[in-house]
Design a protein around this ligand. Structure first.
Ligand code: COA
Length: 335
């Protein structure tokens, strides 16, 4: 998709936060019929963080945001727009406004994007549009999810996979010649929405439309693991290749491949299809599992903090998941 660009975009800083409570594979194997060996061999996951007590999605999203703001050296009052990618809001009308209030970004417009594990990539692309057409200068993009709220802890096919977390990125306008968000490619196949979803189920009503109380409930996460796996390993490499081709780049130009952290086997399959060596693949799955919209910014922030990602490096990030939706963003880290 082409758009009129009058400004460039650069990624200024990142931040992240995870809950303190750590749930190991061993602990899960006390709840359902599984084992550390099975989980690690099939997924690469060893443990995950889970929100507990009164800590909320907003708390970890705010921590990740202030972490990024501090590194960027700008105030929350400088933020023009907040985009919160989450599929687990604590308010169905949207949670971004609570984040805006919590960090004191009182001048910012704030809204949510719901796109599950593709949410962060889509939010980054959305933020870039507002900057590139000169509507806003400083945008805070947050990916945060609390999938533990929707996990069926008696379903061993899904409860082993997910964890909670938050990651943030601050994008800022710059001259077009310094633009660092080079290209993107986004897709949805809604015909397969039921392969991975949290469905709203209507309960039987008594026929009285105005009867008080809930008319239904959201279900737990349901997933066709094999189909989702096949979807990811076929569509994500295509999306990356499409993006690279459109920019006249080749896989050799990639310094880091940052995929949504769903499963180590998906990371391996995608990178080997593209012939990207494993040393260039960022993975923190073992520590956090699949944190949905948080997974890419969480891994990005860790790799920047420990200096794996160096100034000038070219990154390809791809999100994929429920929708089914998938997308790729190519950018240069040049803060
Ligand atoms: N522990 C032990 N055994 C398990 C298990 C668990 N946690 N979960 C499933 N099994 C069993 C199954 O019951 C099945 O047993 P059976 O052969 O006796 O019927 C066997 O293991 C194989 O199950 P299957 O579902 O075929 O395993 P798989 O190799 O496809 O691995 C996933 C399951 C979920 C790890 C894998 O499909 C996957 O990662 N898919 C992608 C999921 C994903 O990333 N989703 C998020 C995308 S954003």
């Amino acid at each position: 998709m082409k758009s009129s660009i009058t400004q460039g975009v650069k990624l200024l800083a990142t931040g992240s936060a995870v809950p303190d409570l750590c749930i190991s594979n061993e602990l899960i194997s006390n709840i359902v019929d599984t084992s550390d060996e099975w989980i690690f061999n099939r997924t690469g996951i060893k443990e995950r963080r889970v929100l507990s007590g009164s800590t909320s999605l907003i708390d970890i999203a705010a921590l990740a945001s202030t972490n990024a703001l501090n590194k960027a050296g700008i105030s929350a009052l400088d933020i023009d727009l907040i985009i919160l990618a989450t599929s687990t809001p604590n308010d169905l009308f949207g949670s971004a406004s609570q984040l805006q209030a919590k960090i004191g970004a009182s001048k910012a417009l704030a809204f949510d994007i719901t796109a599950a594990c593709s949410g962060f990539v889509i939010a980054m692309v959305t933020a870039a549009q507002f900057i590139q057409n000169a509507s806003y200068s400083n945008v805070l993009v947050v990916g945060a999810d609390v999938l533990s709220n929707w996990t069926n802890w008696s379903d061993r096919r899904t409860c082993i996979l997910f964890g909670d977390g938050a990651g943030a990125a601050i994008l800022q306008s710059c001259s077009i010649s310094n633009n660092n968000l080079l290209g993107f490619h986004l897709n949805t196949n809604g015909r397969k929405f039921d392969q991975l979803n949290i469905q709203y189920e209507y309960s039987n009503t008594d026929g009285n439309f105005f009867s008080p109380g809930l008319k239904g409930n959201f279900n737990y996460i349901t997933m066709n693991g094999k189909e989702v796996y096949k979807f990811a390993v076929s569509k994500v490499p295509q999306s990356i290749q499409y993006c690279l081709d459109s920019l006249n780049l080749s896989v050799e130009h990639i310094d880091w491949l940052l995929l949504h952290q769903a499963n180590e086997r998906i990371l391996n399959a995608v990178s080997s299809r593209l012939m990207i060596p494993s040393e260039k693949v960022i993975s923190n799955l073992a520590k956090y599992g699949n944190t949905s919209a948080a997974s890419i910014p969480l891994a990005l922030n860790e790799a920047i903090e420990d200096s794996r990602i160096q100034s000038g490096d070219l990154l390809v990030m791809s999100g994929f998941g429920a929708g089914l939706t998938w997308g790729t963003l190519v950018f240069r880290w040049n803060p």
